[in-house]
Design a protein around this ligand. Structure first.
Ligand SMILES: NC(=O)c1ccc[n+]([C@@H]2O[C@H](COP(=O)([O-])OP(=O)(O)OC[C@H]3O[C@@H](n4cnc5c(N)ncnc54)[C@H](OP(=O)(O)O)[C@@H]3O)[C@@H](O)[C@H]2O)c1
Length: 253
């Protein structure tokens, strides 16, 4: 059995809030080096300022833009350039209504961020991940990828894309000892819902009483699961994890 105890260098997208930020803090607490990314520079700067001695490098970039991601990767300081682990976490849902209420811009942004963003980061980081003996790619998908629901449409389909991409990539990378894990959370208490509602043209169906009673996951719950998958012995790959609030019966409640 090959133990899995050495510090990693982990590239985390969507690190300015929610699950990504919780991952960064957890990974640093476990002694790993972290490259934290997002578009909001003020938040990244604050994060770095609050942890002056942590092995943390922050950089602003939009995951939709291959060139921006590539530039950040090629500008990494020497201590951070041997990235062996990628957490494809950046993502968003836009719009609260049914598909016919969704704007063309919202469709485009979801597909470009959730699908192309994952492809951009994976393709740019893959040579470095493959060069390691302990490479690992974690994709944050969603239970929406697996269980259809009214108003899921484009968002759920983008997450199904990522899930399928991850599972297929694993078949190619298994021989190279690169592990791939899809983590599919249910409802989590992050900025996800406020991003979704901002500028929404649709109306969300009224939540059932049961939905209101659900205690959502904390971002830290999902971060713990990601770190658990990373910490498994190197001969073991966690293919997929579904993680939902105990009282969440369906993907939307
Ligand atoms: N919360 C839930 O209920 C839930 C459930 C299932 C799955 N998920 C998934 O979990 C992941 C994390 O979401 P969250 O819940 O933590 O929401 P969140 O708090 O809104 O965080 C989303 C992160 O994604 C980043 N992001 C969005 N668009 C980006 C872009 N174009 N380029 C770079 N970064 C971008 C945001 O940073 P900037 O705005 O600074 O760029 C932010 O850091 C997402 O993939 C989401 O689909 C969430």
């Amino acid at each position: 059995m090959v133990l899995n105890e050495q510090p990693r260098t982990v590239w985390v997208t969507g690190a300015t809030s929610g699950i990504g930020r919780a991952c960064v803090l957890k990974l640093l607490g476990l002694g790993h080096r972290v490259v934290a990314l997002g578009r909001r520079w003020d938040r990244l700067h604050q994060l770095k300022e609050s942890l002056p001695h942590a092995p943390l490098y922050v950089a602003a970039c939009d995951v939709q833009a291959h060139e921006q991601v590539r530039r950040v990767y090629h500008a990494l300081p020497v201590d951070f350039c041997a990235v062996d682990t990628l957490v494809n976490n950046a993502g968003l849902m836009l719009g609260a209504g049914t598909f016919d209420t969704l704007s063309a811009d919202a469709m485009h942004t979801m597909v470009m961020t959730n699908c192309l963003g994952v492809l951009n980061n994976t393709s740019i980081l893959l040579p470095s991940i493959k060069a390691s003996t302990r490479g690992h790619i974690v994709n944050v998908t969603s239970i929406a990828a697996r269980y259809p629901y009214v108003t899921g449409h484009v968002y759920a389909a983008t997450k199904a894309f990522v899930e399928h991409f991850g599972a297929n990539l694993r078949t190619e990378l298994a021989a190279e000892r690169v592990r791939v894990t899809n983590v599919a959370p249910g409802r989590a208490d992050t900025e996800f819902q406020s991003v979704r509602m901002a500028g929404s043209t649709g109306t969300e169906p009224a939540p059932a009483a049961m939905a209101q009673a659900v205690t959502p996951l904390a971002a830290e719950d999902v971060a713990d699961t990601i770190c658990w998958a990373l910490s498994q012995p190197l001969h073991a790959n966690i293919n997929a994890v579904e993680l939902v609030p105990s009282r969440q019966a369906l993907s939307f409640r």
